[in-house]
Design a protein around this ligand. Structure first.
Ligand SMILES: NC(=O)c1ccc[n+]([C@@H]2O[C@H](COP(=O)([O-])OP(=O)(O)OC[C@H]3O[C@@H](n4cnc5c(N)ncnc54)[C@H](OP(=O)(O)O)[C@@H]3O)[C@@H](O)[C@H]2O)c1
Length: 294
């Protein structure tokens, strides 16, 4: 298939780009800077220059595509409005295409809210963090549109690749011999390795039924303190100080979206395993995160 990938230089996007090319797909990726364009070209995709917030400027350069994967996000206060402009421009454009395009939309585990001990699945009610509430109409738009084949993937917290959030743990412990953990060490994060998640995106592109939703979760919920302490051991700090910081403090430092770090969750990835044959192999996140810090 020929696939438009939005967000190809990100933590998830790089892995997805790699997986798509390895499976023989042709990828066209959007780059909003020269540096991103160079990275994308090195990874083997064709580049279209542009910003997701101004699709009218780059849509005329877009060749016919069979699929689109949206995972571009700036995590700033305008991210909802930026994505709305993307969907308002892109979806009618795809609807006018001669083929029915498969459109994979990226949500996220934080849309399920703090489910705690209740193992959430694709049919659980969504209760998004306020910073991501703008995604709700976008999810609905993608899943209800009859002019595209919409599919939603909600990734768990991602490890592997450039490390994502776990890189911050490593920096903390190297610089201060202390790790900042939001809320409590007992807060559980559902996890997935970026390469496993990339396989799920590829499988969904190839096989998922239109209007379906999948949780990209390899490990249901791991206490964040366990991972923080493993990172510390890996860099040679046997007894790290764990600094518990409040949600308000992290929101002030990074933005309202970062309140998600305090979300205690257990999520199930069983549906993708059963329906798509997804078989994640990174099932020991503590070991993987430690390898990252080697
Ligand atoms: N990482 C996780 O743990 C996780 C978990 C659940 C859900 N998610 C969701 O997955 C998506 C991707 O997350 P990520 O961690 O891979 O993000 P990331 O590493 O920050 O990457 C974001 C990507 O989006 C691109 N981008 C941002 N704003 C853009 C714009 N205005 N125009 C064009 N490209 C733009 C960036 O390109 P540049 O090269 O130009 O910066 C980059 O390729 C997000 O929606 C996030 O909420 C992530």
């Amino acid at each position: 298939m020929r696939v438009l990938l939005l967000g190809a230089t990100g933590t998830i996007g790089r892995a997805v780009l790699h997986a798509l090319i390895a499976r023989g797909h042709e990828v066209v990726a959007l780059a909003r800077s020269e540096a991103s364009a160079e990275k994308i070209a090195r990874l083997g995709a064709a580049v279209i220059r542009g910003d997701i917030g101004t699709p009218e400027r780059w849509l005329p350069d877009l060749p016919d595509v069979d699929g689109v994967i949206q995972m571009a996000c700036d995590f700033d206060s305008a991210m909802g409005e930026t994505e709305r402009r993307l969907l308002d421009g892109l979806l009618p454009w795809l609807a006018a295409s001669s083929r029915k395009v498969r459109f994979i939309y990226t949500g996220g585990c934080w849309l399920f809210g703090p489910v705690g001990n209740n193992l959430a699945t694709e049919v659980s009610a969504l209760s998004p963090l306020p910073a991501f509430a703008w995604m709700m109409p976008h999810l609905q738009h993608v899943l209800e549109s009859t002019s595209i084949d919409g599919i939603v993937i909600h990734p768990a917290m991602v490890h592997g690749g450039d490390g994502g959030v776990f890189r911050r743990f490593e920096q903390d412990v190297r610089e201060r011999r202390a790790i900042r953990v939001v809320g409590s060490e007992a807060v559980r994060w559902p996890l997935v390795h970026c390469d496993d998640l990339a396989d799920l995106y590829a499988l969904a592109l190839e096989r998922a039924a239109p209007q379906s939703t999948y949780l990209g979760v390899a490990t249901e919920g791991v206490p964040v303190g366990e991972i923080a302490r493993a990172v510390a051991r890996r860099v040679g700090v046997a007894a790290p100080v764990i600094d518990i910081v409040s949600e308000d403090a992290v929101a002030q430092e990074l933005g309202e979206w970062a309140r998600g770090y305090a979300c205690d969750q257990r999520l199930s990835g069983a549906k993708a395993r059963k329906e798509l044959g997804w078989a994640p192999i990174h099932l020991d996140p503590t070991r993987d995160v430690m390898e990252l810090c080697a």
